[in-house]
Design a protein around this ligand. Structure first.
Ligand code: BG6
Ligand code: MG
Length: 214
């Protein structure tokens, strides 16, 4: 029986996936190569340093560790500049209503994101109040597709993994949920999120009954 929901943040709750993309694209362009939205799918849900590795592989470039840290910091500074201006208007359609309905129906709610910037986003958008547990990039050592972030979410909710459902927009996140032994609802396109148990386009008019349909 499902008792809790674990939400990814970027691209599920808020539209920050576009800001990650813009900041990585800016870095790629500065380094002299193109970075497309298609390439960007490989970065979703992946940690900052691993994302940089993938980006440099696309650009066929290699740097020493020190330079890589500086490049990642540069990208993060641009990203933080974008998200520092965020407010409630950037919560994706239907999300707040869905979170409220879950609460009213007695489900526990956790955040399961590998972003180290998750807390600033939750604060700027006024969403912190909805979460019984918040797992972010500062609490985990392994990024998705490792299941650590979701297993910690279940643990902090005092639930078994099989009592939780994950909402994810990333291929790596869907694999992480599977490895955590949790059902997973993909948020986005069916073509990309083929391995999810179900895919929804977004949360607009979505009823809590979907949790029973799995
Ligand atoms: C994930 C995003 O939520 O967080 C990734 O999908 C991002 O694109 C990762 O790389 C780490 O985020 P941050 O904010 O710590 O660089
Ligand atoms: Mg995401």
């Amino acid at each position: 029986m499902i008792k809790g929901c674990i939400f990814d943040l970027d691209g599920v709750v808020v539209d920050t996936a576009k800001y990650h993309y813009l900041a990585w694209k800016r870095l790629a362009n500065e380094l002299g190569f193109e970075f497309t939205e298609h390439d960007n799918e490989r970065l979703k849900g992946v940690s900052r340093m691993k994302s940089l590795e993938i980006l440099l592989e696309i650009g066929k470039l290699s740097f020493d560790e020190d330079t890589k840290l500086k490049l990642a910091e540069k990208k993060n500074n641009w990203y933080v500049e974008y998200i520092s201006k965020m407010d409630e208007s950037e919560i994706l359609p239907g999300v707040k209503e869905f979170l409220s309905k879950l609460k009213e129906s007695g489900y526990k709610i956790a955040l399961g994101s590998v972003s180290k910037n998750a807390m600033i986003i939750l604060e700027n958008t006024n969403l912190k109040q909805y979460f019984d547990a918040i797992i972010d990039g500062n609490k985990v050592t392994k990024a998705k597709p490792d299941p650590e972030v979701f297993l910690k979410g279940a643990e902090e909710l005092n639930l078994k993994p099989e009592e939780c459902i994950v909402f994810e927009d990333a291929i790596a996140g869907i694999e992480a949920a599977r490895r955590a032994n949790m059902k997973v609802i993909g948020v986005g396109s069916k073509e990309i999120l083929k391995d999810a148990d179900m895919v929804i386009e977004g949360f607009k008019n979505v009823s809590v009954d979907i949790l029973k349909a799995l």
